[in-house]
Write a protein that binds this ligand. Structure first.
Ligand code: AMP
Ligand code: ZN
Length: 468
């Protein structure tokens, strides 16, 4: 399995630190409003990464944090006249609503900054003790960036370029413009915690270093996030963690490309965004997921109504194939020769090899999705009525499709349809009427079912039905 490592900028064979185990971390949302479709891209992709690692037999510990103390949360709390904690709590719940809608499994652990305060303060103290950080009279604590030799190694920027790009702000308490806050002294009306430097709250970067160390250890396998987080956020995480722990921080860095709209990054600050909630109202959640998987995670992806509609249509094809195979697995012929089904199953090894090869190649979900749809087309042909499909044949095909869709996290939104007693009874009455050649009665029952939103299809294997 190869992963493109943003640190080395090439694909590398994946070798876990501990055999059979993967420790991965993704920077999670700052919880002050609903997530937009751009935010959903990393959430969906890293969920698939985790599912694929599990499919390959790894025991995965996946940590995704919530930043629940931040300027934006405080601002929102003041606007709404509620506490920061209430704002964070509200949007954490909203996050889970959207994540569940998108078929994203909860991480193994979802730590919050406010619940990691002791570890954050410990880490800042270690950095101060080692000379990598310094408190200033106002009560802030800054990271001494120039002391960390590898600064800039992830973003591949020489320190001189970073220096010239750094904003010289009014804060003359910093030794160097590149120094960043680990701890911020309390301001009136802001949430604050006791610390050796007085009351205050942590900076954003230190939270992730502390949560990584607390839940995953000093060195982790995979750290992920959007490419906008490479600098300064991830660069700063490296500086903090490696200086404090005297150990390499991360073996593989993975960064997703942007979700664009009219070829510009979808972002809250630009105002060119759709919330996941709104998009889901129009298209449904699951098409958003399939749309995201239709591109490789490192390439830019353009959001458009057309792509979402295409994803809807593709999902419909997937669901019809599943429903048809489910029906045949119950109502197909008894086992016997079914040449076409056998041909697909003989090729199944090839489908799986191609699916795995796509995912092994730096998680190429675009190719993996294509393999899935090719398999679905072949399966549809194999169980066409003239092939006299058998129960076992349909069940085998269904199982293989199910394994791929489980990795991609698809086919979760629509439940398999089951006849309720009333519909079942009506279908039986109609069959009885047909046997008695009472066509008027059979048609009347068909219309009655139609009125209930049930469409019937007479096939050689019996009556198939679906909801309108
Ligand atoms: P933010 O809300 O900007 O803090 O972003 C939260 C997460 O979403 C980060 O991992 C970002 O990199 C990611 N993100 C934000 N906007 C986009 C976008 N347009 N495309 C892809 N990822 C994004
Ligand atoms: Zn982070």
């Amino acid at each position: 399995m190869e992963i493109f490592n943003s640190m080395t900028r090439r694909k590398e064979e994946f070798v876990p630190i501990e055999e059979g185990k993967v420790r991965m971390y993704a920077c999670g949302p700052t919880v002050y409003n609903l997530i937009h479709v751009g935010n959903a891209r990393p959430i969906i992709l890293f969920d698939v990464l985790r599912r694929y690692l599990e499919y390959r037999g790894y025991d995965v510990t996946f940590v995704q944090n919530f930043t629940d103390v931040d300027d934006k949360i405080i601002k929102r709390a003041n606007e709404e006249g509620i506490s920061s904690q209430e704002v964070a709590e509200k949007y954490i719940q909203e996050y889970f609503t959207d994540a569940q809608g998108l078929g994203v499994r909860p991480a193994t652990i979802h730590p919050r900054a406010t619940e990691t305060m002791d570890e954050i303060i410990d880490l800042v103290q270690t950095l101060v003790d080692k000379g990598y950080a310094y408190p200033v009279p106002s009560g802030d604590v800054y990271y001494r960036t120039l002391k960390f030799k590898g600064y800039g190694k992830l973003s591949h920027q020489p320190i001189e370029d970073l220096m010239s790009g750094a904003r010289i702000d009014v804060n003359d308490e910093k030794e160097n413009p590149l120094d960043f806050a680990l701890w911020k002294a309390a301001k009136p009306g802001e949430p604050a915690w006791d610390s050796p430097w007085g009351k205050g709250r942590p900076g954003w970067h230190i939270e992730c270093s502390a949560m990584n160390r607390k839940y995953l250890g000093k060195t982790i396998d995979i750290h992920c996030g959007g490419e906008d987080l490479q600098f300064p956020h991830h660069e700063n995480e490296i500086a903090q963690s490696e200086a404090a722990n005297d150990a390499p921080f991360v073996h593989y860095w993975m960064h997703n490309g942007f979700l664009n709209i009219d070829n510009k990054k979808m972002s809250k600050s630009q105002g060119n965004f759709f919330t996941v909630r709104d998009a889901a109202q129009v298209y449904g959640y699951e098409p958003i997921r399939l749309f995201m998987l239709s591109a490789h995670y490192r390439t830019p992806l353009n959001y458009s109504a057309e792509s979402l509609q295409q994803a809807q249509a593709a999902l419909d094809r997937l669901y019809s194939a599943r429903d048809n195979l489910t029906f045949l697995a119950e109502n197909g012929g008894e086992d016997g020769p079914n040449q076409a089904k056998q041909a697909v199953l003989d090729e199944a090894g090839t489908y799986r090899e191609r699916f795995d090869a796509a995912m092994d190649d730096d998680f190429n979900t675009a190719d993996a999705v294509s393999v899935l749809f090719e398999l679905v087309r072949a399966a549809n042909r194999a169980v066409a009525p003239e092939q006299k499909p058998t129960k076992a044949g349909a069940a085998d095909l269904l199982k293989l499709i199910g394994e791929f869709t489980d990795v991609l996290g698809l086919l979760y939104a629509r439940k398999e349809e089951s006849l309720d007693d009333q519909v079942e009874a009506l279908i039986a009455q109609r069959q009885a009427a047909r046997v008695a050649k009472n066509w008027a009665e059979a048609d009347r029952i068909r219309d009655e079912l139609k009125g209930m939103g049930i469409i019937l299809k007479d096939t050689k294997q019996g009556v198939q039905w679906k909801k309108e």
